[in-house]
Design a binder for this molecule. Structure first.
Ligand code: AMP
Length: 211
């Protein structure tokens, strides 16, 4: 499918989980900025060294660094027929940079309250190899502490502490949410109630692409 999709929502809204399903269903590459940064931090590349301080504090990595990284990723061949972006854009400057490169076809806005975000993130565990996400109660791995997909160990992210999460939610409301108004006129915004089961949210996501 020729679609250029943005996954949009606060921390813990289920973007990662729905993104993995959607990428498989539509056979589109899933580009997750947080995972690209975390991979670079693990490998201690120049980009990783630059980004890690910002990430651990829950702040945004500077726009020029992020925009360049995404620009290079979207130029790759696998993104030519479409892509799903999770974690980008995070502010209006980044949205404008993306618009100058391509036109978005869908923005899936998965809505949850801050109370629910905090409750979910406390129990979130992430796979160290590829960033697959689990929730200890709602979406546990088959074997405790081990990723179902690639058998790598699961960990709690450094920026999933209460302090960093508060900062990330603040940034979400002040800098990221205005992107919704930015895309409203182009009629690409679809809002879904994220405080439902993973399966129900997934059915609603599928409906957007089949109706
Ligand atoms: P996430 O996994 O999407 O929660 O991202 C983790 C962290 O990576 C964020 O808190 C930021 O520090 C950084 N990050 C991810 N995407 C972006 C972006 N589009 N712009 C700036 N920083 C980002």
């Amino acid at each position: 499918m020729q679609a250029r999709i943005l996954l949009f929502g606060p921390q813990g809204s289920g973007k990662g989980t729905q993104g993995e399903k959607l990428a498989e269903w539509l056979s589109l590459p899933l580009v997750v900025t947080g995972n690209i940064f975390r991979h670079n931090i693990k490998e201690q590349t120049e980009l990783g060294k630059l980004a890690q301080e910002f990430i651990n504090k829950g702040e945004l990595v500077p726009d020029e660094v992020t925009n360049r990284m995404i620009g290079e990723r979207l130029m790759q061949d696998d993104c030519k027929a479409g892509f799903i972006l999770d974690g980008f854009p995070r502010n209006v400057v980044q949205a404008e940079a993306l618009d100058s490169y391509t036109q978005i076809t869908h923005l899936l806005h998965i809505e949850i309250s801050d109370t629910e975000a905090i409750r979910r993130i406390a129990q979130r565990r992430t796979c160290t190899a590829q960033g697959h996400v689990y929730h200890l109660t709602y979406n546990p791995p088959k074997h405790a502490g081990i990723c179902d997909e690639d058998s790598s160990p699961l960990e709690q992210r450094k920026d999933d502490t209460e302090e960093a999460l508060q900062k990330r939610l603040e940034i979400y409301h002040s800098e990221t949410e205005p992107i919704l108004q930015h895309y409203q006129p182009s009629k690409v915004v679809y809002t879904i109630n994220g405080e439902q089961s993973i399966e129900t949210v997934w059915q609603e996501v599928q409906k957007i692409f089949t109706s």
